[in-house]
Design a protein around this ligand. Sequence first.
Ligand code: SF4
Length: 52
Amino acid sequence: MPKNPSIKCSIKPCKHHSSGEDYCTLQEIQVGTHEANPKKIECTDCESFVLS
Ligand code: SF4
């Protein structure tokens, strides 16, 4: 799968990570949160993550 140059990502264990470079290969991703009231970067999640 070619990388999507609009989505940079360093999560190498993800099935959608571009193996050669730090990009995602999906056309789009879903970003969400596991918090009721997110206020910090740590509160955000890539919900398109799939363990490879
Ligand atoms: S789905 Fe999310 S975690 Fe996985 S490579 Fe794409 S941006 Fe990174």
